[in-house]
Ligand binder design. Structure first.
Ligand code: BF8
Length: 662
């Protein structure tokens, strides 16, 4: 019988600890308690179970053992891995498809509640996609951009068009190994076909299909999702917001938006500002309408409009436990089935809105882009009506300030200014050793480990070691809750070089870049760093590492695969889903390093993750013949030189720190 953890052992977040204690006193279960009582299947956990046909499921637990069809451990592990990547890619990319259809509807006047908010981003997309812009209206351009975006999903031959946004050297590698993706749907379907009984049996060949599929998401579906969201809802730039359960309000109607797609949540945000609905809320005894997010819907509205975040993945049940949520409005992905039965203990109404997701026990109000605002208003009105039904409430008085919204466009601008936006200062700071390297710390919570504990440990250690941290998804919310997304708090932990650069540029050392589809923004940053010069000419040259230390979803596996195939060293924590096969572990390790320059490793000990990350950064620095990292070279914050520098106008400060930029 597994040990049942105390609340303090289940999460490092004091708000979560408070709510888990509250739940325990009422005998209510959560993912935290269920993780204690539901142990993972040991055969499946190691990828030693094959259920791709009905002669099985076959359990292959001994070396040399095979399934009924003769499938070896390596084949089974590769098939399981590839199928997870296909599911993860499908989820992210299908989100991108929906965004493309909304763009088309907005451009052609069929979805009048949506507007083109960022025409500059649209023009950038048009240029990449080969859509003419001269003498045309924004709507005409958007319509053509949407058509090409939609075509990427069903494309059968050639290459997904965003492949050309990767460094030239990278594109060549993909073509050489036959993994440049042809079309997004095609790659997902092919993985499902190739992993059917009696098809592809060579582990390396199966893993190549997984890579091609993941690349179709990273440099296809997800990248389109981020771009189109920016076009429709605005490209993020830094703004101040708050995170954690304390953003819920005792005297207001609380509505939580949870899931991933910004389409309906943006409309709900608009509806919550409607004076008629605010007056209606007042008439029901509430002082206002308070909107907060969970998971990546939260990240989407946080980085663009500063909608507060009630928390990350493991906070979804905790929000309901407060008894103060009138409606939890969900769309797609990462929505626990446990929400509806838990909500039965409270007045909270769970409202599903996607054509793709219905949940037993939830109210279904289907979102239709043609009547988006109308639907959003109906939902807000229901939430207001539910305010009177509140029973006992318990809102932890815990939340933290944060700054979010670091799109690659903004980073470019912050580093170089409007007229000479550039990654040069960042490259120079890495080259000089002020910044040792960059870590992308992304991904989920997993209740198998203390919530946010590995995120927190690693982020603090990286800051101490002068490593710049960029974040997305639930990892970004974990940092936000800890106060690390705010320069003032995070710089307390930062080493001297990193601190010096961040203070001069005016950026926190932990950059919240958005939702999980926005991991593609990180690909763009890495590509821009590679093309800026001084750090090699490909993503694999850059002293950077990708981490998902508390991951749990198939999407995370897809992201890790496209990042590794893009040249990054990727480490995932918590569990190793291919532990049963030395062959597959070697394929994604040394095998991918030889082919793609990147690799994927599952490392369960957080101290090992730290050590391996820093070792890789230092090894990349040495390969680039950069000076070895030496923090003693850089001044302490607040020294005379820095005090002088931060008082200079931006351009002069840049010139003083980095010299003239070519
Ligand atoms: O897509 S980090 S738990 S919410 S899967 Fe889900 Fe994981 Fe959170 Fe965003 Ni990403």
């Amino acid at each position: 019988m597994a040990k049942v953890r105390t609340p303090a052992e289940s999460s490092i977040d004091p708000a979560a600890v408070e709510m888990l204690t509250w739940a325990g006193e009422r005998g209510l279960s959560t993912a935290f308690s269920r993780a204690d009582t539901m142990q993972p299947c040991p055969i499946g956990a190691d990828s030693l179970c094959c259920k791709n046909c009905f002669m099985g499921p076959c359990r292959v637990v001994k070396e040399g053992q095979t399934g009924v069809c003769g499938a070896t451990v390596g084949t089974i592990a590769a098939r399981n891995f590839a199928r997870a990547v296909a599911a993860g890619s499908a989820a992210h990319s299908d989100h991108g498809r929906d965004m493309a259809f909304i763009l088309k509807a907005a451009a052609t006047g069929q979805a009048r509640d949506y507007k083109i908010r960022d025409p500059y981003k649209l023009f950038t997309m048009a240029e990449t996609l080969g859509v003419p812009t001269q003498g045309r209206t924004v709507e005409e351009i958007a319509s053509d951009v949407a058509d090409i975006a939609i075509s990427q999903f069903g494309q059968q031959t050639g290459e997904v068009v965003y492949v050309k946004r990767a460094p030239a050297k990278r594109q060549k590698i993909w073509r050489e190994f036959g993994v440049a993706p042809r079309g997004i749907d095609r790659e997902v379907v092919e993985v499902l076909h190739r992993t059917h009984i009696g098809d592809d049996q060579d582990p390396e060949h199966i893993m190549d299909a997984a890579v091609r599929c993941a690349l179709s998401d990273g440099w296809g579906g997800s990248m389109l999702a981020s771009d189109i969201s920016d076009v429709l809802f605005g490209t993020p730039s830094p703004l101040l917001a708050r995170a954690n359960l304390g953003v819920l309000k005792q005297d207001e109607v609380n509505i939580i938006i949870h899931g991933h797609e910004p389409t309906l949540s943006e409309m709900i945000l608009a509806a919550t500002g409607d004076p008629e609905l605010i007056a209606y809320a007042n008439s029901k005894g509430a002082t206002g309408i308070n909107l907060a997010g969970i998971c990546c819907t939260s990240n989407e509205t946080l980085v663009r409009q500063g909608v507060p975040s009630a928390g990350n993945f493991l906070h979804q049940e905790l929000a309901i436990l407060t008894g103060a949520v009138e409606a939890m409005v969900v769309d797609v992905q990462c929505i626990m089935q446990a929400l509806a039965p838990l909500a039965e203990n409270f007045h909270t109404e769970i409202i599903t809105t996607s054509k793709k997701v219905k949940i037993t026990g939830a109210t279904h109000i289907e979102f239709d882009e043609h009547h988006a605002l109308e639907t959003a208003k109906e939902i807000v009105r229901r939430a207001i009506d539910n305010f009177a039904n509140r029973g006992e409430t318990h809102i932890p008085d815990i939340s933290a300030d944060l700054v979010a919204g670091f799109s690659h466009e903004y980073i470019n601008y912050a580093l170089g200014g409007v007229f000479r936006g550039s990654f040069r200062p960042l490259n120079d700071a890495i080259a000089s050793g002020r910044i040792r390297g960059v870590v992308a710390n992304v991904g989920c919570n997993n209740p198998r480990v203390s919530q946010d504990s590995i995120h927190q440990y690693l982020v603090r250690e990286f800051l101490k070691n002068d490593v710049l941290v960029v974040e997305t998804g639930c990892g970004a919310i974990a940092s936000a809750k800890q106060g690390y997304s705010l320069g003032e708090s995070a710089l307390e932990y930062a080493g001297p070089g990193l601190r010096e650069v961040c203070e001069a540029v005016g950026m926190p050392p932990v950059l919240h870049m958005g939702s999980c589809v926005d991991n593609t923004r990180i690909l763009t940053v890495l590509t821009q760093m590679a093309s800026e010069g001084g750090l090699g000419d490909d993503i694999s040259d850059i002293p950077a590492v990708g981490l998902a230390p508390e991951w749990m979803s198939e999407k995370a596996l897809a992201i890790a695969t496209y990042a590794a195939a893009s040249g990054a060293y990727v480490i995932m924590g918590v569990t190793n889903p291919v532990r049963g096969s030395d062959e597959v572990q070697s394929l994604i390790g040394d095998g991918w390093r030889e082919k793609f320059g990147g690799r994927l490793e599952f490392v369960l000990d957080p101290a090992d993750i730290l050590q391996k990350t820093l070792a890789h950064i230092d090894e990349r620095r040495a390969a680039l013949k950069l000076p070895a990292y030496d923090p003693s070279k850089w001044g302490k914050s607040g020294d005379e030189r820095m005090l002088h520098l931060v008082q200079l106008p931006f351009a002069e400060r840049q010139a003083a720190m980095y010299g003239e930029v070519a």
